[in-house]
Design a protein around this ligand. Sequence first.
Ligand SMILES: [Zn+2]
Length: 252
Amino acid sequence: MKPQMLVLAALSALPGWPQALNPAQVTELVLANHILAHEGVLDAYGHVSVRDARNPTHFLLASHLAAGVVTAADILEYDLDSKPIRADAPTGYTERFIHSEIYRARPDVMAVVHCHAPDLIPFSVTGIALRPVYHMAAFLGEGVPVFEIRDAGGVTDMLIRNPDLGHALAQTLGNKPAALMRGHGAVVVADSLHVVVGRAYYMNMNAHLQQQALLMGRPVSYLETEEARKAAPQDGFERFWNYGKSQVDMRK
Ligand SMILES: [Zn+2]
């Protein structure tokens, strides 16, 4: 090996030296962005991340782009301070601290979605709890806390733009699979990218159905705690992931 290659090999072993990202994981994250955009969970805003398979103290997240247009070249690696590993990284999402602080607080979490899906918003501002009305969103039976940013930061611009606000949000999330953010949106977490994509989609769908049921003016029968617990495992939303992939592929 040439001397300069030896130096490069030694440097690349140092912590913080940029390494090539895992191509399979990058491909999956791009696909997660496209599925969530196609299914209306993410629009021009909101984002999805995955914990780095090579290093649990890092995570992968796209640069400052709408999910539907993200490509592999746009995927960046961050540390748990939300600092990009690449020195020449393009601008990142303002709210990347949502991801870093949840990964820091929750070692079990492997993927995070932050969305502003419209059907979720009423449940963040009315005090009416988001609860599972059908089996596909059974995971909501664990309870969906609501993050009040005024408690954490007073009067803000509503964005999670620093580690303190991200930490407060992670504290509200606790050990739950999802939390609403008052007047803003939601965070959804899971132990895999496939599950978090399914959860984000069916959480939004449940919110739509729950609103419809409430509008019908009769008492609503929600899943019982035990029903929700039994229904929760499903198939890891693998069929939803494959369906979502097929829909995205058909548009190419
Ligand atoms: Zn947001």
